[in-house]
Write a protein that binds this ligand. Sequence first.
Ligand code: NAD
Length: 588
Amino acid sequence: MSYGEVPVPGDLAFRSGRRTLMRTGRTMVFGGVTYPMDRKRDKKDLRIRLPLGVALLRDPAFNKGSAFTEKEREALGIEGLLPPRVHRIEEQLDRSLGNLRRKPNNLDKYIFLAGLQDRNMTLFYRLLLENLEELMPIVYTPTVGEACLEYSYILRRPHGIFVSAKDKGRVAQLLRNARIQDIRIIVVTDGERILGLGDVGADGMGIPAGKLALYTACGGIHPFQALPVTIDVGTENEALLDDPLYIGLKQRRLRGEPYDRLMDEFVSAVQEVFPHALIQFEDFANHNAFRLLRKYQDEVCCFNDDIQGTAAVALAGVYSAVHIKREGLRDQKFLFLGAGEAGLGTGDLMVTAMVNEGLAEHEARQRCWFVDSKGLVVKERSDLSEHKARYAHDHRFIEGFSACVEAVGPTAIIGVSGKPHMFSREVLETMARLNERPIVFALSNPTSKSECTAREAYTWTDGRAIFAGGSPFDPVTLHDRTLVPAQGNNVYIFPGVGLGVIASCAARVTDEMFLAAARTLAKHVSYADLSQGRVYPPLPRIREVSKAIAIEVAEVAYRRGLAGREKPEDVAAFVNSLMYYPEYQHLA
Ligand code: NAD
C-alpha cells in the first residue's frame, strides 16, 4: 500500500478538540485514525500519513466516495478512480437512505448498512445518527437478532477480534492485531445468551459490533476507540454444530476451569494491551454473567450491561412512571417475571435507590418480588441460587404468573423472562383492577419474545397502563388518544456511562454510577413526553442524554477517587470535546 504525507490545515488542527480533531495526550485522531503527535513541531506544519490511490478508497476510515474534492483527488492520487461529480455529504445521505429504504426486508437493510460501514465509516455513522429512530431497530434489536441467526452467512468483512478456545496462551498477541492501539471500550460476548435467542456461539459477534455502533452514534465514542470481541468457546447449538458453513469452533462449550482460565487470560491481556479500556460484558449466560461480574468488578474497569445497564434503564423508566402517578419509588411493589441477569440486576439497583431514599434494606427488598420459571420466589423453596434467595419472601409457593399477580398485588410488573405472551389478558386486566395506573414493562427482546405488545398492554388496561417495551412498538390510538410506547433500551445508559468512564479515566465502574445514570436519564423526560405516556426521552435527544450521563458518571469517579486523570476545570466542556461527530475532514 502506498502512503503519502499530507498537510493538515492549521485551522482544522487547532480548532482542537471539538468534533474535527481529537487529541488524546500524545496522539491525535484524524479522519478516524490515531496518529502520534510531535508537540514540538510547528503547529502550521502538521502532516499526517494517509494511504494513497486505490488503498485510500478501500479504507473506510478515510474513504469519502464522491465527496472527495477535486483538489483532494489530485493530491491523493485518486483522479479518475471516481465519477467526476463531487457530492456533498447531505447528497450522499439522501442517496444512502433511498437505497436503504428500497431493500425488501430488515435483514437486507442490516446487510446494506454493514456494507456502508465497511466502505465509508463517516457516512455510515452520520446516516445512523441522523436517522436513529428508523435505523436503530436495524443496527440493533430486533434486527440484530435475525442477523445473529444468519451471521455465518451474511458476514462480509469482520470487525473486531475473535478469541477462540484454541488461542489459549496468545490472547494478548491477538489483541495487538487490532488496527488501533488506543482502545477505550471493549464489548465482549461468548455468545451463550444472545438477546432472548439463546446460544448462537461465534455468530453472537453481531451483538458487540452493534453495541459499539450505538456507542458511537449515541455516545460520541470514537469508532476507533471501540473494539468488539467474541470469545468462541464452542456452542451447544446442535444446528450450528451440524452446519458446515458455521463460522465458529465446532465443539461443545468449554466449561469450568478451562473456561475460567481463558476468561482470566482475556481480562489480563486487555489490561496489558489496552490499559485504559473499559470492558463491557454482554450476553453471557446467567451462570457466567453474575460470576464474572463478581470476580472482576473490583479488579478491573468493567460492567455487565445485561445486569447493570438494564437495571439503570428500568429504574429510570420507573422514576418516570412514578412521576406520572405522583407517587414515590417506595410506594411501589414490583413483581418481576424472570429472575435472571436483567431481573435481579434491576431488583438490586431498585433496592439501592430505595435505600438512598431512606428505606432500610429489608424494607426495600420487601417491595421487590420475583417469579422464575418454576414460580414465585419464596422462602420455602430449596432450589434458589444465593442471588435469588435474597428476594425470597415468607409466602406460600405459587406456580402460575397470573395467580402470583393476584396474590402479591403489585403496582408494577416487569417482564424480563424472554418468554412471550406471559402478560396475558387476564394478567393485564388484574393489574388494571388493582391499580389506577398499572406499570407494565415488557422488556424481553427481541419483539417476538416480548411478554406483551404495547397494544395489548393499553387495550386490556383501558389505556391506563404506563408501558415500556424492550423493543420498539408503534404508537397506539385508543379512545381518540394516541399513546406512545417508550422503548426501555439500554442504549439510553451504556453510551453515557462509557463516555463518562473515558472522560474521567475511571479505574472502576460502580453501582453509584448506574444510579446517577438512571436519575439523569429520568430528568431528561419532559412533561410533554410524560403526557403521552412516554417514560424515556425520544431517541433523537439521545446524544444530549448521553452527555449529561457522562458528566454525572465522571463526577462520581472524581468524588470517589476513582478518576485516573486530573479533573478538568469544566467537566461538561471536556466531555463535549471528546464526542465524535461524523463529518468529513477536508484537506487544505
Ligand atoms: P436470564 O436467562 O438471565 O434470565 C431469564 C429468567 O427468566 C430466569 O430467571 C428464568 O428462570 C426466567 N424464566 C424463564 N422462563 C420463564 C417462565 N416461563 N416464567 C417465568 N420466568 C421464566 O436472561 P436475562 O439476561 O435476564 O434476559 C431476559 C430477557 O430480558 C431477554 O429476553 C433479554 O432480551 C431481555 N433483556 C432486555 C433488556 C432491555 O434493554 N430491554 C436488557 C437485558 C435483557
